[in-house]
Design a protein around this ligand. Structure first.
Ligand code: GLA
Length: 729
């Protein structure tokens, strides 16, 4: 495993347990070509795959056709303006206004471990877990260097890539585009899977054929977005859950991105991913370095399901940090859908008292506790307790909640400012804005210019003051609008193209301070539901609120799309009120519990007001959570049937790592008349082991459960579900 370099063939071979990635240095000019990425192979030199000995030949042999060479060579990091007309990874603007860039290999380093990306989230691993290759390349004309960084994981089929760009010249160079990854391959009749959505309907799985030309997903909203997630899978057309080759690309970044699959004239596929070049222009002064965030590549030759499980393992073990990394999360009750802005200390304590009796462990006070915030028209930025709602202040409230035996959590929206706030009246220039232009409101608010250190410090101070005042053990960090009217009062004209990225760096810096200063706090990110559900945020918070739609049936699709890459332990999921506040649907309380179990699990309703039969079910659900959460949080996730595809039912399972236990969740969305039992084929068990189905006491081999299947009887009515727990005998 690890990384090898052959001096003789000038080939780098990067191996993970089941995949190989190969890079070759080509011709006298040291072009960095891509040779191979796929199933593990033993050979160390496959450079014939680059076709450098076919026409148009390498430039040292045929300089007449240099452009044709550059436009066909599979590249590791394509550059703009010198002959490769496929998507470029880097583009510049020099003092003289020129844009061309060309990179050649200079040297390399191979070492154990994985470097930290300064100021950026990234996966991590120690010397026993990873090996890193740094390929140093340069453009001699520009005096610009790039370091292409690759890390392979010892036990997972994952390779990460990031890039550092260094200006060695005496002049300023503007980087107008820098992507993090380029993957060139022969097109094997590939499909592409991406995740699309909108508010309350995030991460719907979309699969399409990759055809000639460019197919692109992106965000220019200032966050990774509800609309398109920074994820793309390239897979063989006949690949499915369990078989076929799949390449996953996931960007560890929470702002504007682009990801693209391009099929060029010779039926070559180029997949690229990185920061969206729209409105990006980074001024790199002499000696300065720009670090482009990390892309996580996952390879699976065993279908989409294996790709999913590799991402889950990687993120659970090598991305998520902090006290709650491997720990069960307290069952919380959030008052948002229970009270909206209309609450007092007494109301919250009523909820807490009732919830505590039922086994719920933490009360979370959502939006509306600060400043003059009685609806969404005011007060964002005024992080001072509204004592007319919370008589006795936060300290009193938290200590009363603690006396009831519950933990306490709080909501903030630190990146925002309401025009109607004391903060805005004192600092109107703190909002992101274009001077002279009236900024577009969204949910009545503006975005704070988090790219500024003074703004960050002030916001951090007001938040941390609250956190220090009382025993607060959880924070929900919300972000409820996209960025528009980009402009920072503190940056010169030729640095305004840095605002989007500086904003994201600012968010990272703030969250880093928070998790370092308050290591005991459980942080949950949120953005109008799931508008910023990406690996970047998972580096700071072990969980993210998945969607503002917590209708159990809508959640089947939303959670399936989310779990395509992100572990179940990260998916914020609650049993919420009915009829559901986003779509008016009523579903059984029991089913809501089953669906929330495949996430962090909690409640979002007024427990003092719900029907008594539902309330009586809570202790059972609490017991169910405690019984199964270790398995759900740490096990292998298998999709068995998808309601998104079949429109009738959903089924997924989690199998323990030792394969001694599995929990299958089956949800019958639509009941059908005149219907026989439905057969379900369990996945991921050991063939020869005998398992007992807990509810019936039947004993069957893993082989029987997987290949012959089990029958599930029709249930009487819609939106019903059941759990099937099987344990090795
Ligand atoms: C966003 C969140 C909700 C809630 C509200 C409060 O919409 O997604 O869960 O916190 O903000 O304003």
């Amino acid at each position: 495993m690890g990384i090898q370099f052959s001096e003789e063939s000038r080939v780098f071979k990067l191996d993970t347990p089941k995949s190989t990635y190969m890079i070759g240095i080509v011709d006298e000019e040291n072009f960095v070509g891509h040779i191979y990425y796929g199933k593990k192979i033993v050979d160390t030199d496959m450079s014939y795959l680059m076709r450098i000995y076919e026409g148009p030949q390498v430039p040292s042999k045929n300089s007449r056709e240099r452009v044709a060479f550059l436009d066909t060579l599979p590249m590791e990091f394509s550059t703009h303006g010198v002959g490769d007309f496929r998507e470029s990874c880097i583009s510049v603007k020099t003092k003289a206004g020129h844009t061309a860039c060309s990179l050649s290999y200079v040297s390399h380093k191979i070492y154990k471990g994985k470097p930290v990306l300064e100021g950026l989230p990234a996966t991590f691993g120690n010397e026993g877990e990873c090996t890193t290759l740094e390929l140093e390349c340069e453009d001699k004309t520009l005096n610009l260097r790039t370091i292409l960084v690759y890390t392979v994981f010892e036990t997972l089929d994952a390779i990460t890539r990031s890039v550092r760009v260094i200006n060695d010249s005496k002049d300023t160079i503007h980087i107008t585009k820098v992507l993090s990854t380029c993957l060139d391959m022969d097109n094997k009749d590939f499909d592409m899977i991406t995740l699309h959505g909108l508010w309350a309907k995030e991460r719907m799985i979309s699969r399409r054929r990759i055809t000639a030309g460019k197919q692109l997903i992106s965000s220019s909203r200032g966050e990774s977005s509800h609309q398109e997630n920074p994820f793309m899978a390239i897979l063989e057309h006949n690949a499915n859950e369990d078989k076929g080759e799949v390449y996953g690309l996931n960007f560890v970044y929470s702002g504007n991105f682009m990801a693209q699959a391009e099929v060029s004239q010779f039926n070559m596929l180029r997949a690229t991913m990185g920061i969206n070049p729209t409105d990006f222009d980074w001024k790199l002064n002499e000696g300065e370095t720009f670090t482009a965030p990390e892309v996580v590549l996952v390879y699976s030759s065993e279908g989409i399901g294996q790709m999913t499980r590799t991402y889950h393992d990687l993120y659970r073990n090598h991305l998520i940090r902090g006290e709650y990394k491997d720990k069960k999360r307290p069952i919380l009750i959030n008052n948002w859908e229970a009270t909206y802005f209309d609450f007092t200390t007494e109301k919250l304590l009523d909820i807490a008292r009732e919830a505590s009796k039922l086994g719920i462990e933490m009360l979370v006070m959502d939006d509306g506790w600060f400043g003059a915030r009685n609806d969404d028209t005011s007060a964002l930025g005024d992080w001072v307790v509204n004592e007319s709602k919370l008589n006795g202040g936060i300290k009193n409230l938290v200590s009363e909640v603690n006396k009831i035996g519950m933990k306490f959590g709080i909501w903030f929206e630190p990146e925002m400012i309401s025009p109607n706030s004391d903060l805005y009246r004192a600092h109107p220039d703190w909002a992101i804005q274009v001077p002279g232009r009236v900024g577009a409101l969204s949910r009545n608010q503006y975005v704070l210019d988090i790219s500024r250190q003074d703004v960050r410090d002030s916001i951090y101070e007001s938040i941390s003051k609250i956190l220090k005042e009382a025993n607060i053990e959880y924070v929900k960090w919300d972000m409820n609008r996209t960025l528009t009217d980009l402009g920072s009062a503190c940056l010169e004209a030729d640095k305004q193209g840095e605002v989007y990225h500086r904003y994201v760096l600012g968010v990272y810096e703030l969250q880093d301070r928070l998790v370092n200063d308050f290591p005991h706090i459980l942080l949950e990110n949120c953005s109008g539901g799931g508008g910023r559900f990406d690996p970047g945020m998972l580096y700071y918070s072990p969980q993210i609120w998945c969607s503002d739609d917590s209708d159990a049936i809508e959640r089947l699709r939303i959670q399936e799309g989310t779990a395509l890459i992100y572990p179940l332990s990260t998916i914020g999921a609650h049993v919420s009120d009915c009829p559901c506040h986003t779509n008016g649907r009523s579903t059984p309380f029991e089913t809501r519990g089953y669906v929330a179990l495949a996430g962090t699990f909690g409640y979002e309703l007024d427990v003092t007001k719900i029907p008594v039969e539902d309330r009586n079910m809570i202790p059972e659900q609490v017991a169910m959570y405690h019984k199964y959460n270790d398995l759900v949080r740490t096990g292998d996730y298998y999709r068995i049937a998808s309601y998104q595809n079949n429109n009738e039912y959903d089924c997924y399972s989690v199998v323990s790592k030792d394969k001694k236990e599995a929990l299958i969740t089956y949800i019958q969305v639509m009941s059908r008349p005149n219907y026989r039992t439905r057969r379900i084929f369990i996945k991921g068990l050991l063939e020869d082991v005998i398992y007992r189905i807990e509810e019936t006491n039947e004993e069957l081999s893993g082989g029987a459960l997987m290949y012959a299947g089990i029958n599930i009887a029709n249930m009487w009515g819609d939106y019903l579900g059941k759990l099937i727990h099987i344990v090795a005998v």
